[in-house]
Design a protein around this ligand. Structure first.
Ligand code: DGJ
Length: 559
């Protein structure tokens, strides 16, 4: 290289250092990786080891003051926190950002990220978080009505002014987040409304809603159903495909009439409303936006549960009506966690669990391991986390293990190098805990949940006592392949055996097994080398009941 070109290169570098504007990372967004999507924040993949605040916590900076540090100490990295319309726009057109800014400041000071929950037109079906100037003006902001004309405290989706006002407030919030946070990206995602759905009947029966119900089903919905007819959810197959897959007609013609059609209609209009909000918000600041759902109890009719939310049987309606929504997210308070999350993890829907059983519920941690390990969930957040942030043990230890594993989890997302497992529970709490198999790299793993050293499943409610059904329900873990024959096994209450996959006549043995942990710098700190009784003389890996832990395992094959 000549002196001349060297100088040119140096001066070009100087110019770029002096005059280029500081590069802002892209805003938080979802990015495809293998067969899943990852959340990218500050240019790097992120896993949300999270918890959601109780509803009124974030309305008071003073109330929250001691909690931020406790949540960090509990090994959370993300807090889901409400921002309510009534607090940010107490007077129409005048915004007060103090409740938002104080949260961002406190989160940053404690090294936490935030998912903002927009409590706008609807929160748990109802419209109680709207400002008083909305509540009190029923003419301008019409209520949904019962068939007898009685209004409910739920805004109608058919109020044009309601959409305009909610959209303006939401877009103002997103513009504010862009102004104060696009450099730091403390806020990584936003939830649009909270647990949308009509109560106590299947749909709004106001005059405007009844008129809309008499209109034909919109072409956008029909086109979506036709284009996706081979992959519709079972509920929509039954309602539409198996009833003749009609492509024009009324809601009753296409979906069978009665509450079923009324619920599809409600879902469509809620989805369109939420989608328009998301579009307006993204125009201001395009970060991931999702809608959460209150799941329905089996055997209940729409209206007995919030009708028309993004429920398992209505996912297609919401996908058709909500193209600006990045994903639909289940709030899971029912025991059949495994079945529910498998329905929400789809090619077109990354898994995120914004709410789940409170962190003191013994199954919470195993649910997190399953969702993250088996289904590449981007995050998990038990509800009312501020009410349990002083309780010892439980989620704190499990979250500590997830924090240690985070780089390995993020690296393995979207590949077949990571699996998760936990006993399946049915809705009626029946526990299905037969051993399960998972193939990872060259080995097939069999995971047993009944603690091998206390093999009898005693009926019992104490999850810390090996062998009780409560302990088995709380068992679970994940396996991540880190080398050709190397694995991290993490969890509790499990016994793991292994076999080579390629050759049925071959056997697998333990080359080495270590217990240990990753330190703050991510360096493995080995503790005991496990052998003898701890591995049943080389036959298995055991992670005992009651202590979330990591073991590093290297296998070999012999004949
Ligand atoms: C689900 C809601 O989304 C939360 O805001 C909260 O009301 C919980 N239910 C209460 O269990």
């Amino acid at each position: 290289m000549t002196l001349r070109t060297n100088l040119t290169a140096v001066s070009a570098l100087t110019v770029s250092l002096c005059f280029a504007a500081p590069a802002l990372a892209d805003p938080p967004h979802l990015e495809a990786k293998g067969d899943t999507q990852q959340l990218i924040v500050n240019g790097k993949p992120m896993l949300m080891i999270a918890g959601e605040l109780s509803n009124s916590a974030s309305s008071s900076a003073a109330y929250m003051e001691p909690h931020w540090k406790r949540l960090k100490d509990m090994n959370l990295d993300t807090v889901l926190t409400p921002v309510s319309w009534e607090l940010i726009e107490p007077t129409e057109g005048t915004f007060d950002w103090s409740s938002v800014d104080s949260q961002i400041k406190a989160a940053r000071a404690n090294g936490l990220k935030l998912v903002v929950l927009w409590f706008g037109a609807w929160k748990n079906s109802m419209s109680t978080y709207v400002p008083a100037w909305v509540k009190r003006d029923q003419q301008r902001f019409p209520r949904a009505q019962l068939p007898n004309g009685q209004g409910v405290e739920i805004l109608s989706t058919f109020g044009a002014e309601t959409l305009k006002a909610d959209e303006r407030a939401y877009a103002a919030l997103m513009a504010h987040l862009k102004a104060v946070d696009s450099k730091d990206n403390t806020v990584v995602m936003v939830q649009v409304e909270n647990e949308i759905g009509m109560l106590p009947v299947a749909r709004d029966y106001s005059a405007a809603a009844n008129a809309a119900y008499r209109e034909p089903v919109p072409a956008e919905l029909v086109d979506y159903l036709v284009a996706h007819k081979d992959v519709l959810v079972p509920g929509m197959r039954r309602m539409w495909l198996e009833r003749g897959a009609r492509t024009s007609g009324s809601w009753d013609d296409l979906f069978g009439g009665g509450d079923a059609s009324a619920e599809v209609f409600a879902a469509w209009h809620y989805a369109r409303f939420a989608d328009q909000l998301a579009a307006a918000g993204k125009a201001a600041y395009p970060i991931p936006m999702y809608v959460n759902v209150a799941l329905n109890r089996p055997g209940r009719i729409p209206g007995e549960y919030p009708s028309g939310g993004p429920l398992p049987h209505l996912l297609d309606v919401w996908k058709a009506g909500g193209p600006h929504l990045d994903f639909l997210a289940p709030d899971i308070y029912f025991p059949n966690f495994v079945d529910i999350v498998n329905g929400y993890k789809r090619r077109d829907n990354v898994l995120f669990i914004p709410e789940a059983h409170n962190a003191s519920n013994p199954v919470a941690a195993a649910n997190a391991f399953y969702a993250i390990g088996q289904l590449d969930a981007i995050g998990f957040g038990p509800f009312s986390i501020d009410s349990v942030d002083e309780e010892p043990g439980g989620l704190k230890d499990a979250y500590g293990v997830l924090q240690q594993l985070k780089p390995y989890i993020l690296d393995a997302q979207g590949s077949d190098r990571m699996v998760g497992f936990k006993p399946r529970q049915l809705y009626d709490e029946t526990l299905v805990y037969e051993p399960e198999t998972r193939d990872v790299g060259p080995y097939r793993f069999t995971i047993a949940y009944a603690d091998i050293q206390k093999p009898v499943a005693n009926p019992g409610a104490d999850a810390s006592q090996p062998g009780t059904t409560a302990a088995i329900a709380a068992a679970g873990g994940m396996i991540i392949q880190t080398g050709p024959e190397e694995y991290l096994i993490a969890g509790q209450g499990i016994t793991v055996t292994f076999k080579p996959r390629a050759d049925a006549s071959a056997l697998a043995g333990i080359d080495s097994a270590w217990e240990g942990h990753y330190d703050a710098a991510g360096k493995w700190v080995a503790q005991r080398r496990l052998n003898g009784d701890q591995t049943h003389q080389g036959r298995h890996i055991r992670l005992g009941t009651g202590q979330w832990q990591i073991q590093r395992l290297k296998l070999y094959t012999y004949k």
